[in-house]
Design a protein around this ligand. Structure first.
Ligand code: JFZ
Length: 443
């Protein structure tokens, strides 16, 4: 081959690649992103066969359960107290504006009546399509619905388990076949995006199974996931469905929001968030109410109402949605520790939601004392605890403030605008134990 021809071929392949990597979200998709950001607070639901064992959703992997043994759960699953209306009402009364439901976790079990597998809810004694009931109920109650879909599969032979980090005790011996597995995922995603109405988001998870552990220097994937094929299928089926992928890396072309796990963007206490927050995309972070996603019978490490309210506010201050998880029990009911906390959060959101919903963050850099949100001409300053001084400073805030009041009670608050920022004086103000909110109005 002549050098010229090689050069042309090289040029073509580079251009084709860069075409595949450019993604121009549609107008309705951009609009859906804004609406998603306005919603701010959602409910994550981890539930499935694994719930029966009361040991979290990774139990198959963590207890090295083979496929053969795990399959026994199929004849046991009978969630007689599952009531979609109760779940959706619980989310609604907590002030949550969307639900993200696990349709298929790493154990590969489908919680809907999929044509493409026998490993599904309709083959349990329960026999009913819970996703159908949940999506109908969401529509009835005006709740948006997103779907979690696992990329890693501990059950199927065609998933490239040989190069995967998890699901090693499944007992699989057949050679995997990613193309077949990809087709299976496409078929299933097509069902999910065709038979259950408008889907707000597809929440993918499992990329990390094919990489070195988080924080390694080399984070390249051991398989080509062909995300462009999955992503374009999703966008083709529902253009305003937002794609997020829990790969814990920088956003990839075709994705519509960036997610964080068990941390605020820019923080990495959990060791799962090395990625820098995107400045263009909506952000979301998810967190558990105790320490577990799926039902865990010994996990009593519940977060307090106050902690979770601070999480919502801090997230909003960082322009981030908060997706708070429940792991319902195997019978479909939700334990009172969760429902009580959700009720209390809901009461707070009812009184103070105006300072959260529809706001945007990053008004000032993150502060020790709390967080700041903004909607149009209103700046909401959230103070969590009494500072050492009798004031707080909003560093670098330059816009002209015309009034400052307490959000609750609307009492006048003293403030001073200086070159270094805005001082809000706390003398004479009764501080709230959870969050004292000041409302500043700008010109
Ligand atoms: C993932 C899931 O594995 C988990 O079960 C849950 O659904 C959560 C929301 O998302 O969390 C992860 C992701 C990656 C690792 C661990 C947990 N990892 O790389 O070790």
């Amino acid at each position: 081959m002549s050098k010229f021809l090689i050069a042309i071929l090289l040029f073509c392949s580079v251009t084709i690649q860069s075409i595949a990597q450019t993604y121009h979200p549609s107008k309705e998709n951009i609009e859906a992103r804004h609406q998603f950001q306005d919603r701010k607070f959602g409910m994550f639901i981890h539930w499935g066969l694994s719930s029966i064992l009361g040991s979290g959703e990774w139990v198959m992997n963590n207890r090295s359960i083979s496929k053969k043994n795990y399959t026994r759960l199929l004849q046991v699953f009978d969630p007689i107290h599952f009531d979609a209306a109760k779940w959706v009402s619980a989310a609604k009364s907590a002030g949550m504006k969307y639900i993200v439901f696990i349709t298929r976790h790493h154990d590969g079990f489908s919680l809907w009546d999929s044509k493409y597998t026998e490993w599904k809810i309709t083959n349990t004694p329960y026999g009913k399509d819970v996703l159908k009931m949940l999506s109908d109920e969401c529509r009835r109650q005006g709740m948006k619905l997103g779907l979690y879909y696992s990329l890693v599969d501990w059950y199927r032979d065609d998933y490239p388990y040989e190069t995967g980090r998890t699901g090693k005790a499944s007992g699989r011996t057949a050679k995997s076949n990613y193309d077949a597995y990809l087709q299976f995922m496409k078929n299933q995603l097509t069902e999910l995006l065709t038979n259950y109405g408008d889907i707000m988001s597809i929440w993918l998870d499992g990329h990390w199974d094919q990489t070195n552990p988080e924080g390694s220097a080399d984070m390249s994937a051991r398989i080509d996931w062909k995300y462009n094929e999955l992503y374009s299928l999703i966008h083709q089926l529902q253009p305003n469905c937002l794609i997020g992928n829990n790969h814990h890396l920088d956003p990839m072309p075709g994705e519509d929001f960036q997610m964080f796990e068990k941390d605020l963007p820019g923080h990495n206490k959990s060791g799962l968030s090395y990625q820098a927050p995107s400045e263009e995309m909506p952000l979301e972070t998810c967190e558990t109410m105790n320490g577990s996603w799926g039902f865990n019978i010994t996990d009593n490490n519940y977060k307090s109402v106050k902690q979770l309210i601070h999480y919502i506010v801090n997230a909003a201050g960082l322009n981030t949605n908060f997706l708070l998880n429940i792991g319902p029990m195997p019978d479909g009911s939700v334990q009172p520790e969760f429902t009580d906390t959700l009720q209390a959060i809901g009461k707070w959101m009812q009184e103070n939601g105006e300072t959260i919903y529809g706001t945007r963050g990053n008004v000032i850099p993150q502060q020790e004392w709390g967080a700041v949100t903004r909607k149009d001409k209103n700046i909401y300053v959230h103070l969590f605890s009494k500072p050492d001084e009798n004031y707080i400073l909003l560093p670098g805030f330059k816009e002209k403030i015309i009034s400052a009041i307490t959000f609750k009670g609307k009492a006048k608050v003293n403030f001073k605008q200086q070159p270094e920022g805005v001082f809000i004086y706390l003398d004479g103000i009764v501080l709230d134990d959870t969050d004292t909110i000041f409302q500043l109005s700008v010109k």
